[in-house]
Design a binder for this molecule. Sequence first.
Ligand code: SAM
Ligand code: SF4
Length: 443
Amino acid sequence: MPERFHIITQGCQMNVRDSEAMAGLLARMGYASADDPADADVIILNTCTVREGAEDRAYGRLGQLRSFKQRRPGLLLGVAGCLVQQERERVLQRAPWLDFVFGVHNIHRLPELLREARDGCMPVYEVWDRSDRDRPLPVLPAYRAASGGGGVRGFVNIIHGCNKFCTFCIVPYVRGRERSVPPEDVVAEVRALAGQGVREVTLLGQNVDSYGHDLSPRRDLAGLLELVHEVDGIERIRFTTSHPRDMTRRLIETVARLPKACEHIHLPAQAGDDEILRRMHRAYTAAQYRETADAVRAEMPHASLTTDIIVGFPGETEEAFDRTLRFVEDVRFDAVNTAMYSPREGTPAAGYTDQVADDVKRRRLAALNRMQERIAAEINAALVGSRQDVLVEETGRKGGVLGRTRTNKVVTFEGGGDLIGRTMPVEIVEAGSWVLRGRELSA
Ligand code: SAM
Ligand code: SF4
């Protein structure tokens, strides 16, 4: 019986894709996947560090994993991802029972690391290797069964790292500078995914709108969408995350024109107050953001627009927060990922002296969430009675099936597993803030 692996993924879609790459490498080494960590010979925790809460969850999980090691002495336990990149020494101090530790730039070294760990060099760790960052990006195999979406959705990294240095954000420090994946590699990966039955691809990066500026010849996301659009078998294309400063009219027009490009734009605003935006180093004003949002809606009137907002950034006064509330009310987002500002050691904003008290942050978060839930419920209620094309991803926990509209809204409806991977016409019969309920229409 082959040895088995189990990967636990925390954090964003970039981490999901990294975990798929780890799983792909392990599968190539002859490992099989284990659904239950108790059955695994190798467990990897892929961590996030974007907020303190994420870090706490990672340390909590490491503590739990220790018990597996006590019960199964041959087990190799590894930790990967952004937390390691940020504070390798602390991870090793707090979890000395780990067998191997590796960062986001060294995923391709997993086979060596595992072999060394098996040979008893414990722990083996490789975190930040400059020579690796300068080398061409390794093309890593992916094992998709481990990620959600029932094998219908696939994530493809098109650009690594970030050059923006928003003052609150740890990402550029842990993931390094921007490096675009050559278009031919992106297309090859999408083609391979289509061959495995994937119907929808999401092109990923911290700032996909700056895709290609570092390539020779220079490329852009709009051009890449055109190339990916040619891949047979792929029905839907999404991309995330965009940056309001870099989103071009050419990109918006391309999304509107290409039938496979879905009319959902995730465009993190972070705040609606100009002074806070300035202190965040976001490089746009609320009015400029608004212009881009209006341009999206002018080209695609039925597009959904979602965003990220941070409350309680240092120096955020009641008036500034009110401006953000009014901005969110005004733009009327389909969904908002909200977060309380969390100081990240080493970032400029963590050193600002006008930090906002935790109870104020909590109150503001609750007010923003309340307002957004109402707006989302209103927007979704207007969809009742409409026809939507739903790409079915999986069977629902409470029966029926679950899928998404082109605008990325989750819809459940009656049906069996044979619908997975098919796009079904569905009438929306009920709507909440988060999920829509539908009824299959005959085609
Ligand atoms: N690149 C994207 C952008 O430009 O917005 C987002 C990447 S970031 C990993 C994902 C989200 O985490 C951000 O949009 C932001 O809202 C949130 N985030 C990042 N750092 C944070 C911090 N220190 N405190 C609270 N939220 C944070
Ligand atoms: Fe972080 Fe800003 Fe880069 Fe997004 S654009 S990853 S928020 S530094």
